[in-house]
Design a protein around this ligand. Structure first.
Ligand SMILES: [Zn+2]
Length: 307
């Protein structure tokens, strides 16, 4: 029979092993204020931690959700951080009053970026002219309080760049989150010094000139890359038939277990991040540990997340 001490030793060893098996990751964009998590947020965060996601930035997409995201950071200090912004879809709801409230939210230390903000001409839920105006407000706020910009862009690459270029020399760090454009567009962002955030969209992208090409060509330096789930959206469908074999082979059983046990098309979770990182690494022909280390370091540095 094993003595207590032996039992204790084996438990310690197991904890240590789990520690080494795990990546250390930061999810820089998860919409945890989404009502899909209202019943079991605690478990969602625990699963994220178990999978290796140590820190999560909760995306604010409106006055209300930015406030709620900040509230969550107080419940999970050191694990959750927030952003404050108005999604381009909601630009039409902008009022001076709500903007003043948002500014207050953004000034808290737990709020580490201004956004999500930007331009989305894909569905034009708000008029492009309104979107541009509200985007400018965010840029000016980010400059004023010196926090990074968390940018959303869909089918609006040129306009977005034109606006950001008008603030050249004053801009704080810029993250183009959930990048879905072409490799060429990414190169333009990189040439401006911007960071690129990648999600499970990687599985959806079937074009020859998109995100995958960017990774395969090695044109995105590891020090400009960040990873995010954009949960509950952007479920990484690893069963997509068009994933190259070496990418499918790069997925570990451990990360697939988290993905298939807890995440669906209807509700993705931050615990899908290890699978995303393994795919990114396989496309880049790098080790997942290296991608994990670099992207986490970038997140800590860029957003000043406390250790
Ligand atoms: Zn977005």
């Amino acid at each position: 029979m094993a003595t207590n001490e032996e039992n204790q030793n084996s438990t310690n060893k197991k904890t240590m092993e789990q520690c080494y098996e795990n990546y250390i990751l930061v999810d820089v964009g998860a919409n945890l204020t989404n009502k899909k998590y209202s019943r079991d947020l605690e478990s969602v965060i625990q699963r994220a931690r178990d999978s290796g996601v140590q820190k999560i930035m909760v995306t604010g997409t409106s006055g209300k959700s930015s406030k709620e995201a900040l509230r969550l950071t107080r419940i999970y200090p050191g694990t959750l951080y927030s952003t404050a912004g108005i999604h381009p879809h909601d630009a039409k709801s902008y009022t001076d009053e709500s903007w003043n409230e948002l500014k207050l939210v953004a000034s808290n230390p737990e709020c580490v970026a201004v956004g999500e903000c930007g331009l989305d001409y894909n569905r034009n839920f708000s008029e492009p002219s309104e979107q541009r105006q509200v985007f400018r407000k965010h840029i000016e706020l980010a400059i004023e309080i010196n926090k990074p910009l968390f940018v959303h862009e869909r089918d609006a690459h040129e306009d977005l760049l034109e606006i950001l270029d008008q603030y050249k020399g004053q801009l704080p760090p810029v993250l183009v989150h959930c990048f879905t454009g072409t490799a060429e567009q990414a190169l333009t962002y990189l040439s401006r010094g911007f960071y690129i955030g990648l999600t499970g969209y990687l599985c959806k992208d079937k074009s020859d000139v998109g995100v995958r090409k960017l990774l395969v060509d090695g044109s995105i330096p590891l020090d400009r890359l960040l990873v995010e789930t954009d949960a509950p959206f952007m479920y990484p469908n690893t069963r997509a038939s068009k994933l190259p074999l070496h990418v499918k082979d790069g997925l570990t059983e451990r990360s697939l277990t988290f993905l298939h046990r807890y995440c669906t098309f209807q509700r993705n979770e931050p615990c899908s991040l290890p699978a995303i990182v393994e795919m990114i690494a396989a496309f880049m022909n790098k080790k997942p540990e290296d991608v994990a280390l670099a992207t986490s370091f970038n997140a800590l540095k860029l957003f000043g997340l406390s250790q």
